[in-house]
Ligand binder design. Structure first.
Ligand code: HEM
Length: 520
């Protein structure tokens, strides 16, 4: 029978043993070496070695090579950073140990703007993130992303017409294409110009938000305690800035929601969308705890997720084509033989167009839109290959390092889709697929990847079926190959470049207008 002393004799050793076990475990972890990296000095850590003269992804790749490691450690003021630069390390940690590598680091400005509450990519790992992600997945999973094919065909048709009417504005058209696609999927709205009220509201908000997202743009990110200063305090700008972005974000997401709700109420003609489906199923969603705010945020993230990344990828595709006429012609030959010149390609043709598939893979590899992904945060101490990785560390996936690895992709700076093909011109499964890495990893992997891939394949195939993309020529008629230059922000967009976009033939023009008249 249990008496007090029996109970104490059982519990006391446990009470003593647990803290000792915990302390020994923590100490033994702490006594392990950190991953290799540059020397850290008091206060400034490894800042002196932090890349600032070359693009961050190249600098981090060089630093990792110099320290002969694919797990690089940098001690920075206020944070530890661990940079992973091989698929193996990313898969071991971010994929296989995703239970502890799926949080997101934040900054004071990101919190003040409210992105940690409303923006899926910034939400801390937990129930709120899970609820948003689950709702989004219902619309963009491998099977449900096919539901948006009709929308995609319509907006791509609009794009092709715009390209024919004003070819020199190809980048604006790409911008409109991705914005319109996002709005049509989220709200059933097709934008016919970048002046569209909803597009403008999203773009203005995103422009301001991007500024706030660059760490260090606001001193409050360096010294978070400043956030407690009242807005009226002399010199305090960040409160007003954050409040404005927060308000603009709310307005950008609310306006289209109200538009769809109004249309549903009056029973007007409306294209199906994520918003209309959610509003029609409010009761069922409510039972799962999904409220209007979650719905508004989920539809809103479609714009943010689609606009920068897909736009960048398609701009890089134009640049690549203007630099490689032979590659473009090879793709067009394959398109002509499959389609017999009688129709435009569809999603269902892609399997018969391995050269187009190779072009898309090579564009993702050559110009990954997010070369260092978006950072993860390790939630507790970890040990990997005998090295100690501290809880709270900012984890960086160096996607660029993987895409430019010389062993996997010889001559990585050369744009060469043939590297993905076997001797029979089929996709070679033994070559690592960059599409498996450019969308990130683990539980935070891009949920829009299936949607994005369907969109990109369709657009690339349709452009090449109908247009030539050529380098401009100088006075003597010699081609001026545009340089491959990219900006150095976190989304790696090609800097402005010129190219000549012209219909392949009269037959192509007829095809364009015949197809469009079906979709209007
Ligand atoms: C070329 C197109 C795209 C690329 C290259 C891309 C890339 C990425 C990457 C690298 C991440 C970070 C993943 C990580 O943390 O490991 C991400 C996250 C995300 N992407 Fe995409 N993306 C693309 C298109 C889209 C589209 C079309 C959507 C719209 C549905 C979207 C929505 C999101 C969201 C919501 C997240 C945050 C996920 C989370 O934190 O749980 N993306 N994307």
């Amino acid at each position: 029978m249990w008496n007090g002393s029996g109970y104490i004799s059982l519990v006391l050793p446990l009470l003593v043993a647990f803290p000792v076990w915990y302390w020994v475990r923590k100490r033994s972890k702490n006594s392990l070496p950190y991953p290799p990296g540059p020397k850290a000095y008091p206060l400034i850590g490894s800042l002196l070695d932090f890349p600032h003269k070359v693009p961050l992804w190249e600098g981090l790749t060089n630093l990792a090579k110099r320290h002969d490691t694919d797990v690089l450690h940098l001690k920075l003021p206020g944070t530890e950073m661990v940079v992973l630069s091989t698929s193996e390390a990313i898969s071991d940690l971010l994929d296989q140990r995703s239970a502890i590598y799926s949080d997101k680091p934040s900054t004071t400005m990101v919190e003040l703007i409210g992105f940690t509450e409303s923006g899926l990519p910034f939400m801390p790992y937990g129930p709120r993130w899970r609820m948003h992600r689950k709702l989004l997945n219902e619309f963009v999973s491998p099977s449900t992303s096919k539901d948006h094919d009709v929308n995609q065909v319509k907006v791509v048709s609009d794009f092709i017409i715009n390209l024919h009417r004003k070819p020199e504005s190809f980048r604006e058209h790409i911008h409109l294409l991705t914005s319109s696609l996002a709005l049509s999927i989220a709200y059933g709205i097709r934008a016919d110009s970048l002046d569209n009220e909803i597009v403008r509201a999203y773009e203005e908000m995103l422009g301001a938000a991007r500024k706030a997202l660059i760490p260090g743009s606001f001193f409050v990110d360096v010294l978070p305690i400043l956030k407690y200063l009242p807005p009226w305090f002399p010199g305090v700008r960040f409160h007003a800035f954050a409040d404005k972005v927060k308000k603009d974000l709310h307005a950008a997401m609310t306006r289209p929601l109200e538009h769809v709700a109004e249309r549903l109420k009056v029973g007007g003609d409306i294209d199906p969308s994520i918003m209309s489906t959610c509003l029609e199923n409010l009761e069922d969603l409510g039972k799962k705890g999904v409220d209007m705010e979650v719905i508004r945020n989920t539809a809103g993230i479609i714009y943010g997720g689609t606009s920068g990344t897909t736009k960048t990828l398609l701009s890089s595709f134009f640049l690549a084509m203007a630099r490689s006429t032979d590659i473009m012609r090879t793709a067009q030959c394959q398109l002509d033989s499959v389609l017999d010149g009688g129709r435009l390609p569809d999603h269902s043709d892609i399997d018969d167009l391995p050269y187009i598939v190779a072009i898309v893979k090579e564009t993702f590899r050559w110009a990954p839109p997010l070369p260092i992904g978006t950072f993860h945060r390790l939630m507790e101490d970890d040990v990997y290959r005998g090295m100690f990785i501290p809880g709270g560390a900012t984890m960086v996936e160096n996607i660029w390092a993987i895409c430019y690895d010389e062993v996997t992709y010889p001559e990585p700076h050369t744009y060469n889709p043939a590297r993905f093909l076997d001797e029979n011109g089929r996709i070679d499964p033994s070559v690592k697929d960059p599409e498996a890495r450019v969308f990130g990893s683990g539980r935070r992997i891009c949920p829009g990847r299936h949607l994005a891939l369907r969109m990109v394949y369709l657009t690339v195939a349709r452009i090449l079926a109908t247009f030539d993309i050529l380098p401009p020529v100088d006075k003597e008629g010699c081609p001026r190959i545009p340089e491959a230059r990219f900006n150095q922000t976190l989304v790696r967009d090609p800097t402005p470049f010129e190219c000549v976009v012209k219909p392949r033939s009269e037959k192509a023009i007829k095809l364009i207008y015949d197809t469009v008249s079906i979709h209007r």
